[in-house]
Design a protein around this ligand. Structure first.
Ligand code: HEC
Length: 337
């Protein structure tokens, strides 16, 4: 028995010491439940549009914090009821303002994408896996250059914010972000004290409760409270280019920041599918990472960039609830270490 245990310990120690690629192979994902997630191309759909009269009934309901996106736009069977193909084609306008949903349509861009989403956890980590059909343009690119953009899957994750639970990533997408219709001039951004101190001229994702607009932060006391309550949104991504995957770790609050460390994640393209596995430490002590534990329900929004696109030209999902050993849209299965 002692012999067996020590062999086990050795195997365990070896597994832990393996480089990043090691762990994903240890989970038999074919045995883990999966959810089908619908993603769509949002064009310039912003939080400001969603909460406005331009969004008609939707605007009214969201302002009152009542129904969530899925209630009106996704059937129980998982069918999307939203003019995503028309948005991608640039052929649909907002009802009141008559502004286009996509002023710069990309030729042949489809409006909808599907992904498979799985979750599992053990004593130490939560594992999130995303898989989707793809030609793997980024992965198969032989010689990446300055103008090529890697393919990418990103996750926004939060546990406590009720608006994130209902509306997901959309609370971080604003009319004044870089490449959005009301994006301020670069010189105005770089002249602003905050952006000047960072030597930056681009406005990035921010949570609606952290800033009223790109140059108007909410007051420090409120922000501190929000942070204490878990208002920071964890952000993780895997980029695919030239046959390799790169993991990024970041967060969104009053700005979107990529940290100087990579996320614990792997990814690959094979047999016409991309897949990525993200690993989040349970009871993490890192204030910039999601605090998650058995029994928790967290919300996750997925974004996919493909075909040399960047910034807003991506597919996005509504938020999905993941329960660790408890019910959610997806119940993360417990696996042994
Ligand atoms: C109470 C129901 C309701 C909710 C909640 C709601 N919407 Fe809508 N949404 C609508 C209706 C109705 C329209 C069509 C407006 C029109 O054309 O008059 C619409 C239109 C849209 C459109 C324009 C494309 C289209 O199909 O007309 C987008 C994009 C959109 N909604 C996204 C969202 C997102 C994202 C959320 C959550 C943040 C959301 N909606 C929440 C009812 C809703």
């Amino acid at each position: 028995m002692v012999g067996f245990t020590s062999v086990l310990m050795l195997v365990l120690a070896f597994t832990l010491a393996l480089p990043l690629q090691g762990y994903a192979k240890d989970i038999n994902w074919s045995k883990i439940d999966s959810a089908r997630v619908v993603l769509f191309y949002p064009g310039v759909t912003s939080w400001e549009f969603l909460t406005s009269d331009d969004h008609r009934l939707g605007g009214r309901e969201i302002k009152q914090g009542k129904k969530d996106c899925r209630h009106c736009h996704l059937s129980k069977e998982g069918e999307l009821d939203l003019k995503a193909d028309e948005i991608a084609a640039g052929s649909v306008k907002m009802k009141r303002s008559h502004n286009p949903f996509e002023p710069e349509p990309l030729a042949g861009k489809k409006g909808v994408a599907q992904a498979k989403f799985q979750a599992a956890y053990d004593d130490e980590f939560l594992y999130l896996r995303v898989e989707w059909d793809s030609k793997g343009g980024g992965w198969n690119r032989k010689s990446p250059n300055n103008s090529s953009v890697p393919d990418r899957v990103s996750l926004q994750i939060n546990k406590t914010e009720s608006t994130f639970k209902k509306y997901g990533c959309f609370i971080t997408c604003h009319n004044d972000l870089n490449t959005m219709p009301l994006s301020p001039q670069k010189r105005d951004v770089s002249a602003h004290p905050y952006y000047k101190s960072l030597d930056r001229s681009d406005v990035r994702l921010y949570a609606n409760y952290a800033k009223a607009s790109w140059d108007e932060k909410r007051n420090d006391k409120d922000l501190e409270k929000k942070l204490k309550e878990g208002g920071r949104i964890d952000l993780r991504a895997v980029e695919f280019e030239g046959g390799s995957a790169k993991a990024l770790d970041g967060w969104i609050f009053d700005d979107r920041i990529w940290e100087n460390k990579s996320a614990d994640a792997t990814g690959q393209w094979a047999s016409g599918k991309y897949s990525a596995v993200f690993k989040a430490r349970l009871k993490s002590k890192d204030a910039f990472d999601i605090q998650v534990n058995e029994g928790d329900v967290i919300s996750v929004g997925i974004a996919i960039h493909e075909e040399n696109t960047a910034k807003r030209k991506h597919y996005v999902s509504f938020p999905y609830a993941i329960g660790l050993g408890t019910n959610g849209d997806i119940k993360a299965s417990r696996i042994s270490n």
